[in-house]
Design a protein around this ligand. Structure first.
Ligand code: SF4
Ligand code: SF4
Ligand code: SF4
Length: 245
């Protein structure tokens, strides 16, 4: 599908998972409540603000519309460029965009289905709960929620590199956390780019949206293999198998 062709409508993990009707209602209600920038049926590639009237931090995440994703992997380069800058002549500049450093990773399946995976900011954060490091005076383990954006962060000075957080994410959610090959400390947790997600801004096909407000990660955080199986069954027929490439 080209960028100019109309989308058949958003297809997200919410549509692929049973038992999420309450979440979708919540999402629509919150989007409307917050004065959404775009109608719910056309939310690809842009920001949906579903923030309540208070100034308390609210959960935010990147939502994927699988109907639009072409697997071009521009999002991976954009993420790596922003989150891994380089210093040239004393000035910080965007990095080279090595996809292997990206916090969003596009899984490719055969028959053709592309499934971008990124931390979905689960509210019950099994990764944080799995961290065995005793909470400090502020209640933070070595893995903790950022107080402003509520992203998941690691404190390398306290992390014992046990890998429990990555295992919890892999076992119970999307497997977004990847341990560093040398240090075994957790990496690839989405930073939301400080509130200006570059993957959303630069996806050429409008497949990504930045939403704030009403999703429950327990339902949205499906592993990529399950999402791909659902997509392949919808697009190519239930008899088709699926292999990761
Ligand atoms: S940039 Fe957009 S279309 Fe390309 S792989 Fe990422 S989400 Fe899919
Ligand atoms: S690897 Fe570090 S952050 Fe993750 S669970 Fe172990 S101590 Fe906590
Ligand atoms: S919001 Fe930023 S850190 Fe998160 S996946 Fe997108 S580009 Fe990467």
């Amino acid at each position: 599908m080209s960028a100019s062709e109309p989308s058949p409508g958003p297809l997200t993990a919410l549509d692929l998972c049973g038992g999420v009707r309450a979440d979708r209602r919540d999402f629509i209600r919150l989007a409307a409540w917050g004065g959404a920038g775009l109608a719910v049926g056309h939310f690809g590639a842009r920001t949906l603000w579903a923030q309540g009237p208070s100034r308390q931090p609210v959960y935010a995440m990147i939502l994927v519309d699988y109907n639009r994703c072409t697997g071009c992997r521009t999002c991976e380069a954009a993420c790596a460029q922003f989150n891994h800058p380089v210093t040239v002549d004393g000035e910080e500049q965007r990095g080279l965009g090595n996809p292997s450093l990206s916090n969003i990773r596009v899984h490719a399946f055969n028959p053709d289905a592309d499934v971008p995976v990124v931390c979905v900011m689960c509210r019950d954060n099994p990764c944080v709960a799995a961290c065995p490091v005793e909470p400090d005076a502020e209640g933070r383990r070595a893995l903790y929620r950022d107080p402003v954006l509520l992203t998941v962060r690691n404190d390398p000075s306290r992390c014992i590199a046990c890998g429990a957080c990555a295992e919890a994410c892999r076992a119970h959610r999307v497997g977004a956390i990847i341990p560093n090959r040398e240090t075994n400390r957790p990496e690839r947790m989405c930073t939301l780019c400080g509130g200006d997600p570059q993957c959303v801004a630069l996806c050429p096909y409008g497949a990504l949206s930045y939403i704030k407000g009403g999703l429950d990660g327990r339902h949205y955080a499906l592993p990529p293999e399950r999402i791909a199986a659902e997509l392949i069954a919808r697009w190519y027929g239930p008899a088709q198998g699926g292999d990761v490439r």
